[in-house]
Design a protein around this ligand. Structure first.
Ligand code: SF4
Length: 470
């Protein structure tokens, strides 16, 4: 049995509504246990009082996700993978976005290696109020030499705090690198049917997570996972092999589905994060463009189903952007609209003569409007109304965007249209035209109806602003 609802979780709590967890009631706390914004140990009475000890232990076990969570790295840049409870995002949400690692090799000269590391760690793309970034460095042993590999690992560690995957099937190579890198808690790649005893000892001795690799052999993968778990090595990642083309690719896809389905349905042995290696596309194609595009196709497929971590090679924008946008979409919580803070935003250097544009706090709406005006160098104010993250048309229909809310947004910001602007005029989105009369009454201001598409705002302003010129 697993705790799936606030009511079920509530039964384990003290029920005193003492407020020490920061919530007014135990029921409110219970709902945050379910959405994972609180942990059971945030209820201090349960931690401090012996009489709750068993209930706390039971609750923690029942709240644990079906798929194990594995942490790689340390500090702010550490990544957490796995931790999912469902096969389909709409049934809850997917937690812990797929971690993307990009490779360097120990045969690269220092300049090339550091340039790649810097490109990987500095890459960022602004999207809907946040930056899309890359997560990890995979250091691959090509030399076969423990000293050469360790020297490359040291250089990576000096250049970045990003977590690492240490890639070699040779336990001697992994051991040498762990001597210098174990404290950074890298992920070992990988234990196989041939080296598992030595690699298991390394994972245990150095207390680092480890990948188990059994290409297209799910029985072997499960057997390795069971053996490692019985040795109390629980931070496991499973790699069933990523075959890049043909029927083997179909089999790879089916393997990912089988592993995740079994894990969600209670097979504890293989309820672990899964690794995909889209980098194998580079073995299938000779030319760089085809390989990098096919690598992105593989990354997209296994981000959707059910890769928790990936190793890739191409760091060209044409490869990175699709990967990052797909990941961002899959790991956006479908239960929560993406929002921005309400208030008055100044775009450019607005003056008293500048337009005042109304919109909602649905992030996609706000950043579309913001981008359309700022990219056209329109100095203006944007009044961002709290509509619970709902877009203009639905917010008007549902009563989240009203004249009273627009007035409240202006009042809360201390933005008096008569004092701060020359024209005492606001511009409503075309999709909110029916609010015009109410807004004029509430604000005592003139209301213009702008276009329905914010991309047309700059052109619309040329003929409609300032309002006296109409
Ligand atoms: S600290 Fe515990 S007992 Fe107190 S309100 Fe929160 S959940 Fe309830």
């Amino acid at each position: 049995m697993k705790v799936n609802s606030p009511l079920e979780a509530y039964k384990f709590l003290p029920g005193t509504n003492c407020g020490r967890c920061g919530e007014d009631t135990c029921m409110a706390f219970a709902s945050h246990l379910i959405d994972r914004s609180h942990k059971a140990t945030d209820c201090l009475p349960m931690v401090e009082e012996d009489k709750f000890a068993n209930k706390l232990k039971e609750l923690e076990a029942l709240l644990a996700p079906e798929i194990r969570e594995v942490v790689i790295g340390v500090g702010e840049k550490a990544v957490k993978i796995g931790g999912d409870d469902v096969l389909f995002r709409h049934k809850l949400t997917f937690f812990n976005k797929t971690a993307y690692a990009y490779d360097v090799t120990d045969t690269m000269d220092e300049k090339e290696l550091l340039e790649r590391v810097n490109t990987i760690q500095n890459f960022k793309k602004f999207y809907v109020g946040d930056f899309l970034t890359l997560d990890m460095i995979a250091v691959r042993c090509v030399s076969g030499n423990p000293e050469t590999f360790t020297a490359a690992v040291k250089k990576v560690m000096q250049a970045t705090d990003l977590p690492m995957v240490l890639c070699s099937f040779d336990p001697a190579v992994l051991k040498a690198s762990l001597e210098v890198a174990a404290e950074k808690k890298p992920l070992l790649y990988a234990a196989t049917k041939d080296n598992w005893q030595e690699v298991a000892k390394l994972a245990k001795d150095y207390e680092v997570p480890v990948t188990l690799f059994a290409p297209n052999d799910l029985d072997m993968l499960k057997s390795l996972a069971k053996t490692f778990s019985e040795m109390s090595i629980n931070n496991l990642v499973l790699d069933p092999g990523t075959f890049p083309t043909g029927r083997d690719l179909k089999t790879t896809f089916e393997n990912f589905l089988k592993i995740r389905r079994a894990g969600i349905e209670g097979d504890r042995d293989i309820a672990c994060p899964i690794m995909a290696v889209p980098l194998t596309a580079w073995m299938a194609y000779d030319d760089e463009i085809s390989a990098s595009y096919w690598e992105t196709v593989l990354a997209s497929v296994f981000t959707v189903k059910y890769g928790d971590i990936m190793i890739m090679h191409s760091i060209q924008p044409h490869a990175l952007l699709p990967q990052l946008h797909i990941r961002d979409t899959i790991y956006t919580d479908p239960r929560k609209p993406v929002t921005v803070d309400p208030g008055i935003m100044e775009i450019g250097s607005p003056t008293a003569d500048s337009p005042v544009i109304i919109t909602t706090n649905f992030a996609l709406t706000y950043y579309t409007v913001e981008s359309d005006v700022s990219s056209n160098k329109v100095d203006c104010y944007i009044v961002v109304v709290d509509t619970d993250g709902i877009g203009v048309e639905a917010a008007v229909a549902g009563g989240q965007l009203t004249a009273a809310k627009i007035k409240k947004t202006l009042d809360d910001a201390g933005f008096d249209l008569k004092e701060k602007t020359t024209f005492n005029t606001v511009i409503l989105p075309g999709l909110a035209a029916r609010l015009q009369g109410d807004v004029e009454d509430q604000l005592g201001s003139k209301v213009l109806i702008g276009p329905t598409d914010s991309g047309r705002i700059p052109g619309w302003l040329e003929t409609n602003w300032p309002p006296e010129n109409k």
